[in-house]
Design a protein around this ligand. Structure first.
Ligand code: AP5
Length: 222
């Protein structure tokens, strides 16, 4: 059926713009955004043992162990909203073992979107990033400044968003990225993520539109 919901993976280095693009994709395509990092931060906020353990790894910029992350993501993807509307998986899988586990559970994405951003830009994006705890919106002091003083006053910074920690996160990313890419080679679309968020979205939008058109054409021909 050409009306099967889309299943999209989005990947890229820390601060490459995954969360920012997911907001735009979600808005246009109605997919459910499942972000591994957000699930982990929600777990930390509950004060659970898993959350405490996860935080220790996140503070070092390392991957949280599979026994915590794998089931968390699987359970979220199996919820009815994600099954019915399709999903947009952000920041997962980050290792070969996570990719393999996902495949074993029967999750097969239609497209793997890879955001490519140069390293000096990544560091600048990390240190300038701020979050609105009320709306969950992502800001950047220079590139996406808050709309007014009230929002500006309540913005927070993530505990792992320092220049020192982003270096550790980047190392972890470099150690794992090739193995993950090898699993999705046939469906990978590389996106130039160095440009403005609107220009990045235009590239992703065109990839998703042509995917939907191909499906439509294929279902019309049988
Ligand atoms: P996670 O929360 O996933 O962090 P990350 O991958 O480091 O990615 P970020 O959320 O930092 O960045 P983003 O790409 O979403 O960029 P954003 O749109 O915010 O993971 C955190 C930690 O959790 C990991 O280190 C690990 O410990 C653990 N973890 C997560 N997943 C795991 C897994 N699968 N397994 C094990 N452990 C896991 O943009 C960044 C900034 O740039 C913003 O300020 C934004 O406004 C700005 N910006 C965005 N796009 C543009 C643009 N085009 N131009 C200018 N500015 C822009």
């Amino acid at each position: 059926r050409d009306s099967e919901p889309l299943q999209v993976m989005i990947s890229g280095a820390p601060a490459s713009g995954k969360g920012t693009q997911c907001e735009l994709i979600k808005h246009k395509y109605g997919l459910v955004h499942v972000a591994a990092g957000d699930l982990l931060r929600a777990e930390i906020a509950t004060g659970s043992d898993n959350g405490k353990l996860a935080k220790q790894y996140m503070e070092k910029g390392q991957l949280v162990p599979d026994h915590i992350v794998v089931m968390m993501v699987k359970d979220r993807l199996l919820k009815p909203d994600a099954k019915d509307n399709g999903w947009l998986l952000d920041g997962y899988p980050r290792s070969l073992s996570q990719a393999t586990a996902l495949k074993q559970f029967g999750f097969q994405p239609d497209i793997f979107v890879l955001l490519e951003v140069s390293e000096d830009i990544l560091v600048e994006r990390v240190v300038g990033r701020r979050l609105d705890p009320v709306t969950g919106k992502i800001y950047h002091l220079k590139y996406s400044p808050p709309e007014n003083e009230e929002i500006a006053a309540r913005l927070t910074q993530r505990f792992d968003d320092t220049e020192e920690k982003v270096k550790l996160r980047l190392n972890t990313h470099h150690q794992n990225v090739e193995a993950v890419l090898s699993m999705y080679k046939d469906i990978t679309v590389k996106i130039n993520g160095n440009v403005s968020k609107e220009e990045v979205f235009a590239q992703i939008d065109s990839a998703l539109t042509s995917l939907l058109e191909q499906r439509k054409a294929a279902s019309g021909s049988v």
